[in-house]
Design a protein around this ligand. Sequence first.
Ligand code: M6R
Length: 609
Amino acid sequence: MCGIVGYIGGKRAVDFLLDGLTKLEYRGYDSAGVAVNCGDNIFIEKSVGRLDSLKEKLKNRLPAGTVGIGHTRWATHGRPSDLNAHPHTDCHGNFVVVHNGIIENFMPLKEELIARGHKFISETDTEVVAHLLEEVYTGDFVSAVREVLNKIEGSYSLVFMSKMHPDVLLCAKQENPLVVGLGKGENFIASDIPAIISYTRDTFILNDGEIAIVKKDSVQVINRQGGLVDKKIFHVSWNAEAAEKGGYEHFMLKEINEQPKAVRDTMSKRIAKDGASIILDELNWDKNFLDGINKIYIVACGTAYHAGLVGKFYIEKLVRKLVEVDLASEYRYRDPIVDDKTLVIVISQSGETSDTLAALKESKRLGAKTLAITNVVGSSIAREAENVIHTWAGPEIAVASTKAYTTQLILMFMLALYMAQTAETISGDELKRLINLLKKIPAQISETLSDVEPIKTFARQYGFNEDVFYIGRSLDYCVALEGALKLKEISYIHAEAYASGELKHGTLALIVEGVPVIALATQKSVYDKTLSNIKEVKARDAIVIGIAAAGDTELEKYLDHVIFVPETDELLIPLLTVVPLQLLAYYAAITRGCDVDKPRNLAKSVTVE
Ligand code: M6R
């Protein structure tokens, strides 16, 4: 997704702009550009493609100015090209703008501006903002920006620079993240914290409707009416290294290996010292509150949706309440049956996914109680929800979500236990037993991670197949969905997951000699049925790789390859079985020479519909 950076201070702005944009590369982009105020003119350079192309164009001609803005674009209006790349300017190059989001009414605005003589050079929605600024400007930059914001509709984070006002950068936020980093004699602007953490840890996180007036030595935040907003400094506690690869070849592999620590962090301070109850300080729900809830929706996208499917099992099993899991992009348009007795849980790693945010807003409008599970403090979803529980997974940079998924599962499990203990639907002994098993999960993930060689071998053997099938029943099916998504998105192999019982209703027709099938068989309650399904595909000469719990002696009788994960309760085993599937996807992508951390056509954070 698009990235924004801005600098105002005493140093050469372009150095920060290029470094900041590099730190935001993980968000995905197709072109990039910078603009630097050089006094009598504004220097602009843009390039389609990776940042390296832009750096190449800037070689030996880096502008000396100390005020500038930069952008990485992920095309929405208009194809990726030099002309469509940001920054954009008005007719005379007096105003320069970078923008994340979508200006929904740009078409009528553009037609009016053209009719009044403005010349457009790009196909973007963003360019209208610069031309509007040119039209309304009468000498007061801040007033002009406020007037422009009143004319545009949609979602945005915007940064404005003007030739006539070289001592200030202005920025505005609406439904797209924006932070201001506070330095000494210099200040920074970015759409995401990793761009600025090597420069400062003190930030202002802008809220919707706020405008920041950023100068070298001061930052003032006002609302759309012009009133001063009293902002609290948010001190970023991440360590700069946490956003680096830490010795691994790819962020994805680093993040897969970070899972033991990530899930430990998620649990930390949330289990009572005596191991007999769950503490979720973020929620002060009581039995009355939960008795008043008659339906629960879990709403999310992609991997977070898959975590929601597992969450449904947890809540239904432990709390005995009906749970529906919805894709956010479907839920928001299908007139869901929601009222004040409904609890809507949204799950989002980034906390910025546009569909999930819209679903959350719609749920609130319909009167539901809302809870967000997210990894990003201060994200739009975290701020919008009534209650928030953070996964504390640390920054996830690779587009493919791994540690976010396992920490979401941990939190869904802890939430279900918390609800069960509060609603009194679980006995004290059972609660203790499950908490005890939960505490073993970090070490068991480490154990699973240590047995990587057979997975590398499978990946090398089957990495060039064009189709792979994943099968399983119950929670194994939920994990199969996640395994197939991982393989698709980073190795570009066509992968599908099926509930094993569905095979004979159609899919079995695709199972022929040599087709790889990954079969999960860990759910004791449906084990025999799963085994029959595995025999069905094996009888058609598929190459079947089994995933089973340690102690399973049955599966090996039928299959040549079985990957074992440590034994635990069948509710918790998805936290272990997903690990070999993540690794299989990773090594298959490596075998095929794919760009693992930045798969084609995908972005880390999907902030447009
Ligand atoms: O940030 P979110 O959790 O809301 O993102 C949701 C999906 O876009 C995300 O999980 C996506 O499916 C990942 N690329 C999967 O690896």
